[in-house]
Design a protein around this ligand. Structure first.
Ligand code: GLC
Length: 749
């Protein structure tokens, strides 16, 4: 670049900085000072430099030392790639950032993104596990911890929260979400965004959130990943879209498109989703990135004949950034020269990217996230480990505890059996990203050994997770015979759920069930502790044993958390956020189903022409919202302050909850509403409120919920959103099966 150009460039850049230097102290994405800075910079950029900002490439991230792929280094230095994901640590991100800042003409810094799904290096339970805590403050605290660690490691952006409603446990990615319910999904999505982004994105301990996967990816046909999605606009808007919107209303600054097609149009080419709904209806003014090579995949989807056409479709639909596909890099220039994409359309995409870089403050200081001292202090700190432990304790779900075989007593002889008892890697789950097994200080076995008296624990693996090898059975059976109680730690391996990990059988894999049934015949108290990323069909196993605890993949501190729950150093309080089917044939099965015109009445089993199966009950193994404690809770005095509500009015409902057991504990009090008659069929129950409350043994607490008219709104037959007068039933109880109810009427004035 010759001297004149350098001087002009310097003047231009100075102008863009001076124009709003003071804007640094008023960061905010609606801030028009930032818009001015963005436009000033945009005016300096060449077409190629603009296109570079719409490109996101993966880096070959490596914890033992950054290995730069040739292509990527050149793409950064030449300005062809303005954003990188799968790169972290201060050392590695600084190395890449120096290339962008020092080698490119304008020195625009890279945005660094990564899948910080449930923790960065200190991992909390998988997201489905976190959701089972029903503890929004703790979920936000967990995301806050993850953001601090990720930011300290040089990252600006996480590809989370995943907001896909999951009603089909065959789909492996239910593990990454918040379960089957829309209302709970909305609350958790917003809590995670607040945790990641905090209230000031210019701080160096906050990161951009990413609402994914837009949209309805969880409804992939037959629970097979990447499969088609077809649903009515009513189901889309009533069940699947609200969590994405809740995340955006909470301030999420980016959105990721999903792999699936919806009503025949793949999300990355779906203008209805990405522009009409996301921007025009919801007012989203952030940035839309595709999922991994999703633009290229418009070709196998069959809506684009080549990458050029795919790139045009994506940009026209409202995509701003191309993850890993290289399609925008290779074809946008030609599309603009051909007039198929206007330069203004490109400018809008580039604005959405640059605005984030200004909001983060990296335009003023590209290395503000590169602080090795902060990294050393933050990553895997004791404080973060405690948060992970707290989250793991709150996430585990006690499903059965016959004759109070749990909690264990330290002097009891315990045989620990099972392929997951002594595994560190499996504790971390599928999206471990930067999590390290070597950071796990205790497996479940090791933590049980710590809690028990010396010499009281004997471990035999007994079998593998997913083989037909029964050679370990006899030793396991012998160990069980010599013990007072047996703890069997079984389940799915960490990679049997998550992306591209779908299953058509949801049983315990391999010969685990055989081993459980042989051990159960010894008439010893057997406790099944199982790890999973989904609802599994374990009816036989549940019947065979005395106690069952679902611990998900409980994270870096999960071993200690599970053992402390087993020995009542902590009290179980988790509740299911996905229904557990009896068998795969029942799927999809979820609590907020509709009555049908021929509802089956279990009190009249001989009625033939009813909605039922010949070979299994309609009811699930365990319902949404179900979970036990070591103590018990009684509900009484369910009272409404009025039994009619005017339009725009409000009712208050109270219920007394008494801890009637021998331990202090927490209960998730759940509020459901049924709309009996409407212009369209309505679910028998819909979650509309919940409160996790700690109650000391013998104590009673009065829980209060406000019921407002907007809680009764739905998409009416004409697709208008609002209420209709009539009778409503309110249920308040410990899970979605509760029949603890009162009625009220919404009046029509
Ligand atoms: C993956 C996932 C997405 C993730 C992205 C980046 O394919 O679908 O959830 O954030 O690629 O790793």
């Amino acid at each position: 670049m010759n001297t004149i150009n350098k001087i002009l460039l310097a003047i231009g850049l100075l102008a863009s900085v001076v124009a709003c230097k003071h804007s640094a102290d008023t960061i905010g994405h609606n801030n028009d000072k930032i818009s001015q800075r963005v436009d000033s910079l945009l005016n300096l950029m060449t077409l190629e430099e603009k296109i570079g900002q719409t490109v996101l490439f993966t880096s070959r991230w490596d914890v033992t030392g950054p290995v730069l792929r040739e292509g990527e280094e050149d793409a950064i230095k030449t300005g062809k790639c303005g954003n990188i994901f799968n790169a972290h640590t201060v050392e590695y991100t600084r190395k890449l950032q120096e290339l962008a800042v020092n080698e490119t003409r304008l020195g625009i810094p890279l945005l660094f993104g990564y899948d910080v799904i449930h923790g960065h290096q200190t991992l909390t339970p998988i997201s489905l596990g976190e959701s089972a805590s029903w503890d929004l403050k703790l979920i936000e605290k967990s995301a806050r911890m993850a953001a601090r660690e990720a930011a300290a490691s040089g990252l600006h952006w996480t590809f989370a929260p995943m907001c896909d409603i999951g009603r089909d446990p065959r789909w492996g990615r239910v593990s990454e979400g918040a379960g089957e319910d829309t209302f709970l999904g909305e609350q958790i999505a917003a809590a995670r965004v607040r945790g990641f982004q905090g209230n000031d994105l210019s701080q160096t301990n906050t990161i951009l959130a990413c609402v994914k996967h837009m949209a309805a990816y969880g409804a992939s046909l037959a629970g097979r990943d990447y499969n088609s999605v077809d649903m009515s606009d009513r189901v889309l808007r009533e069940t699947y879209l609200p969590p994405y919107k809740a995340a955006i209303d909470a301030g999420a600054r980016t959105v990721m498109t999903s792999f699936n097609d919806l009503d025949g149009v793949p999300a990355s080419a779906n203008r209805y989703l990405l522009t009409d709904i996301l921007r025009d209806e919801w007012g989203f003014d952030g940035m839309v990135v595709t999922d991994y090579t999703a633009i290229n995949e418009l070709i196998p989807h069959g809506v684009a004949k080549d990458e050029y056409e795919a790139g045009v479709l994506a940009m026209k639909a409202g995509v701003d950034m191309d993850m890993e596909g290289g399609v925008f890099m290779d074809h946008l220039k030609e599309a603009i020269e051909n007039g198929e994409i206007s330069e203004e359309e490109l400018n809008n995409a580039v604005r959405n990217v640059l605005r984030l870089k200004f909001e983060l403050g990296i335009m003023d200081d590209p290395f503000k996230y590169c602080n090795v001292v902060r990294e050393r202090e933050e990553v895997l700190s004791e404080k973060n480990r405690e948060t992970a432990y707290e989250m793991a304790v709150a996430s585990c779900v006690l499903l059965k505890n016959e004759a109070n075989v749990l909690p264990l007593k330290k002097d009891e002889k315990v045989a620990v059996i099972g392929p997951l008892a002594n595994s560190k890697r499996d504790l971390l789950g599928s999206w471990k990203a930067a999590g390290k097994p070597q950071a796990v200080e205790a497996t479940i076995l090791e933590a049980i050994t710590t809690n028990a008296a010396k010499g009281k624990v004997h471990f035999v693996k007994g079998c593998d997770v997913n083989t037909e090898d029964r050679s370990g059975f006899s030793k396991a059976i012998q160990a069980a015979k010599n013990a007072d109680k047996v703890v069997m730690v079984m389940g799915e391996k960490w990679n049997m759920s998550g992306e591209a990990a779908c299953r058509t059988k949801l049983d315990l894999p391999g010969v685990q069930t055989d081993l459980i049934s042989q051990i159960a015949q010894l008439n010893k108290p057997v406790i099944l502790v199982y790890m999973t990323g989904r609802s599994m069909t374990i009816e036989k196993e549940v019947e065979a044993v005395d106690a069952v605890m679902n611990v998900w993949y409980p994270g870096t501190e999960g071993g200690r958390a599970v053992a402390d729950l087993l020995y009542a150093k902590q009290i179980p309080s988790g509740k299911l956020t996905m229904t557990m089917p009896r068998n795969v044939g029942q799927i999809p099965i979820y609590y907020n189903y509709k009555n049908t015109g021929r509802p089956f009445n279990p009190e009249k089993p001989k009625d033939t022409y009813k909605s039922r199966y010949l070979d299994v009950e309609n009811t699930p193994l365990f319902p949404f919202g179900y979970g036990l404690s070591y103590t018990t809770f009684a509900y009484s005095k369910l009272l409404l302050d009025k039994n009619t509500m005017n339009q725009g009015g409000e009712l208050n409902i109270t219920v007394d909850v008494t801890n009637t057991g021998d331990y202090d504990g927490s209960e998730v009090v759940q509020l459901y509403i049924r709309d009996h008659v409407a212009s369209v069929t309505r679910p028998l129950k819909e979650l509309k409120g919940f409160e996790k409350v700690f109650i000391r043994k013998g104590e009673t607490k009065t829980i209060r919920f406000a019921i407002t008219e907007d809680m009764l709104a739905f998409f009416r037959q004409d697709m208008s959103f609002g209420t209709e007068p009539g009778t409503f039933t309110v249920f308040v109880g410990a899970d979605s099966d509760t029949q603890n109810q009162v009625e009220f009427t919404l009046l029509n004035q």
